[in-house]
Design a binder for this molecule. Structure first.
Ligand code: AMP
Ligand code: FE
Ligand code: FE
Ligand code: ZN
Length: 292
């Protein structure tokens, strides 16, 4: 069993990198990818622990990108080479825009009567402070009675507290990953067309494939047998690779278990990763974007 989608405290997971490696080893996982949101810090920190434990750790990332005006999560897997310095520099720019959004989000929530400070959220979110951390503070302080309520009433893009964040377009995310020697895969595709008509998935994934997408996350905690069959079919028709993982976040999403997913709906074989490792993604195949 392998798991190619997991989060640490470097983004919005609850496990520090060392503990995540320990859990993966205890579980007997044959390979684990750390795919924190918009940062490689969790992977970097976990690598020495994985090496010491003999765990096959894959370098990954989950970028927030824009596709047709909505946020779409894009996974990147670095299977043959480590991400380039250019890619790391680009991520730093994204972190600055996140900090800027967080400052504005604090102001917005304060104007709505929520007593919250940047220092409080940053204390739990560190470099990758995001809306889930805002939700936790709001829950702690009793403004809401659940994390979901914090999103529904304040933080979701349809809610009163929402503040826009600068996000790269999906085509830039795809090309950045390719340029850095990675394999771009569409994360949890079921969420992309949630509110759209049935049958829209294939059209959307086709458009992404034309932008350079190379794989689809067929196996995921949010995918039942129907979704797995649907995305496997789409991947085969579009000649895309298949990836999969639990999207483990620790206590933040307690129903999702590392490797096993939701209610044990996952059991991804090692051959999925073996196959991905055979795909050649020559660095620099995409057209380069300036860093300005
Ligand atoms: P941020 O990167 O700060 O914009 O936060 C994005 C994260 O917030 C996502 O990865 C989700 O974990 C979470 N999130 C966004 N919208 C919702 C929602 N409506 N309900 C629950 N969680 C959400
Ligand atoms: Fe997350
Ligand atoms: Fe995601
Ligand atoms: Zn994720």
């Amino acid at each position: 069993m392998i798991d190619l989608h997991s989060h640490t405290t470097a983004s919005d997971g609850s496990c520090i990198p060392e503990d995540l490696i320990r859990q993966a080893v205890d579980l007997g996982l044959e390979a684990l990818a750390i795919t924190d949101h918009d940062t490689l810090d969790g992977y970097d920190e976990a690598l020495p622990f994985a090496k010491a434990a003999g765990l096959d750790l894959v370098c990954g990332i989950e970028l927030s990108t824009k596709f047709r005006g909505r946020t779409v999560h894009l996974l990147g897997y670095f299977l043959q080479q480590m991400p380039t310095q250019d890619f790391r520099d680009w991520l730093r720019i994204g972190q600055e825009s996140r900090r800027d959004r967080n400052r504005r989000l604090v102001e917005r929530l304060q104007s709505l009567g929520v007593d919250i400070t940047l220092a409080e959220v940053q204390a739990i979110g560190r470099t990758q402070t995001g809306r889930p951390h805002f939700a936790r503070i709001m829950l702690q302080k009793g403004y809401v009675s659940s994390l979901q309520q914090a999103f529904d009433e304040f933080l979701d893009c349809s809610a009163i507290g929402y503040v826009e964040r600068q996000e790269a377009k999906i085509e830039e995310g795809i090309q950045r990953i390719l340029d850095a020697g990675g394999l771009p895969s569409l994360a949890h595709p079921v969420r992309v067309a949630e509110n759209e008509v049935r049958g829209k998935h294939e059209e959307m994934i086709t458009a992404m494939a034309e932008l350079g997408l190379r794989a689809v996350e067929v196996y995921h905690s949010d995918h039942g047998p129907r979704e797995v069959a649907r995305y496997r079919g789409i991947a085969q028709r579009l000649q895309l690779e298949m990836t999969g993982g639990s999207d483990f976040h620790g206590d933040v999403k307690p129903k999702i278990r590392l490797g096993h997913g939701r209610d044990g709906n996952l059991n991804i074989p090692r051959t999925v990763l073996d196959r991905l490792r055979q795909v050649r993604v020559p660095a620099g195949v995409g057209h380069s974007f300036g860093l300005s």
